[in-house]
Design a protein around this ligand. Structure first.
Ligand SMILES: [Mg+2]
Length: 184
């Protein structure tokens, strides 16, 4: 089978990692409970920042958010390695900005995810993911972001949403814990 994965907030807990960095940089102590109730992918609201200030903050910290010790979600590394050992193809499809793609691939590999050079897709816009998913003829695709999932209609690929506070309205099979994922 051919499995495609988004990375940020699907396989790794990037927003929460960024949330801790924001608290530190802004000398705030916003509770994790506030974070868990956010209805937006962006996290700036929790810190009382507007869209512009939030966007600037995110951009200024991008290196640190991406390339420090962001934790993978429980079971994600184990599952992907198991799929790989079982002979399945693993693809990564991330819309991280182009300038960060090479280092992202290295970082993902260093974390222990199975990465084949030619199966790492990076630097596209959210709405362009569908073309890659179609071209690759994926059997399964996993993402967290409503803006991406809304574009993935009328494709034979089986879709799963990584459970997050901001995607509760999406009616698709959910991954709450990667250890529990089974496919037919
Ligand atoms: Mg994502």
């Amino acid at each position: 089978m051919r499995f495609g994965f988004d990375i940020d907030d699907t396989l790794i807990n990037l927003r929460e990692h960024a949330f801790h960095i924001y608290n530190e940089k802004l000398h705030q102590n916003v509770s994790i409970e506030i974070f868990k109730q956010l209805k937006t992918v962006e996290i700036h609201e929790a810190f009382g920042l507007d869209k512009v200030a939030g966007g600037k903050m995110w951009a200024s910290l991008l290196e640190e958010i991406y390339f420090t010790n962001c934790p993978p979600f429980d079971g994600a590394i184990e599952l992907l390695n198991q799929l790989y050992r079982d002979g399945h193809e693993i693809f990564y499809i991330t819309s991280r900005p182009k300038g960060y793609c090479t280092r992202t691939k290295q970082w993902v590999e260093e974390k222990g995810f199975p990465v084949k050079e030619e199966n790492f897709y990076c630097g596209m816009e959210d709405h362009e993911k569908i073309h890659i998913i179609k071209e690759l003829k994926l059997d399964y695709y996993f993402d967290d972001k409503p803006q991406v999932i809304h574009t993935l209609t009328d494709i034979p690929t089986k879709l799963f949403v990584k459970d997050q506070s901001y995607n509760q309205h999406i009616n698709l099979p959910r991954i709450k814990n990667w250890f529990d994922f089974k496919f037919e």
